[in-house]
Design a protein around this ligand. Structure first.
Ligand code: URA
Length: 310
């Protein structure tokens, strides 16, 4: 609280200075006039303070030495309150235009608000999310896609595979992993003992990067919220990240897949096994052995045995 004034003229001077500062600030912002006082017949929002039963005790600091106080202005300073006349060109207060929200900030999609608790509700919300994604224009990949590629398989599966992004075949089909890499992925999934369509498959980005290039960091960032919502609704027990882009997109790391593969990581509470991308295995079939080791780690956690060879 401010110190009480020993001399009432000091206080008057301070009030006048504050009012002048306020009016000057209004003037500089183009606003003018003072806020209206509340109408008399409006009930106060809170009860009036009880009057003091006794005067408040004297404040020991009130008796500050006169040298500490502001000089008292001459009486003429307060003779006439200055009339404030708005300059004509400022009489119109400019209209406030709220700033546009930043386009690339990933916003939590409406479909992903996790009210969905039953499996049916989660599937329905995933459908809503997929249709939000279908009209997404958050990044430049929207300009050249044929369609968005959301997911395939069972959204309520215990196991989810996350790849990089759609290629040319996926862009045309509207489903992830339908090209040559997808065919190899299906064989890996079958080797783990799952029937087709039993696991969930999706990508870091939902639109095809042109010329099959890697998605750029801002494109991954723009799509990040969709994947987060998708996985929050699907709730797999385990995730397999296929390749560097997948694990980098999930973890926000820049470490390479050679270093990361085979080591459990966590994505928002879900264990993730990073391994090589099937497209890499098509070029480097000898790496299948390492991938099989990684997938066996996942199977062990899930209590899954490879199907008997017939
Ligand atoms: N590669 C991926 O990472 N995802 C696909 O959907 C297809 C190929």
């Amino acid at each position: 609280m401010d110190e009480p004034h020993a001399d009432p003229r000091d206080e008057l001077f301070e009030i006048a200075t504050s009012v002048r500062a306020l009016v000057e600030w209004y003037d500089s912002t183009g606003a003018w006039g003072l806020p209206l006082a509340p109408a008399r017949d409006v009930e106060p929002a809170y009860p009036a303070a009880e009057p003091h039963a006794a005067p408040p005790p004297p404040n020991p600091r009130a008796a500050a030495p006169a040298a500490d106080r502001r000089p008292v202005p001459s009486d003429s300073t307060f003779a006439q309150p200055a009339q404030f006349t708005p300059p004509p060109e400022r009489a119109q207060v400019p209209q406030y235009v709220p700033p546009a929200p930043p386009a690339e900030r990933p916003q939590r999609p409406a479909a992903a608000r996790p009210e969905a608790r039953t499996p049916e509700a989660r599937i329905e919300q995933l459908r809503v999310l997929a249709s939000e994604v279908a009209s997404c224009t958050r990044c430049r990949l929207a300009e050249r896609r044929t369609q968005t590629v959301f997911a395939r398989g069972n959204p309520l599966s215990e196991l989810c595979f996350v790849g990089e992004g759609p290629g040319v075949e996926e862009d045309l089909a509207g489903e992830p992993f339908v090209g040559p890499a997808g065919q190899l992925l299906d064989k890996m999934i079958a080797a783990m003992g799952y029937r087709p369509g039993e696991v969930y498959i999706c990508n870091i980005v939902k639109c095809r990067p042109p010329e099959n290039r890697k998605p750029q960091p801002d494109e991954m960032e723009a799509c990040k919220g969709y994947l987060a919502s998708q996985l929050e609704l699907a709730r797999p027990r385990y995730i397999v990240a296929l390749g560097a882009t997948a694990i980098q997109g999930l973890l926000g790391t820049t470490e390479g897949i050679t270093k990361l593969r085979g080591k459990w990581k966590m994505y928002r509470g879900t264990p993730v096994m990073p391994t090589f991308h099937p497209a890499y295995l098509l070029r480097q079939p000898s790496a299948k052995r390492e991938v099989w080791t990684d997938l066996q780690e996942v199977m062990a956690r899930l209590g899954k045995k490879p199907p008997a060879r017939g």
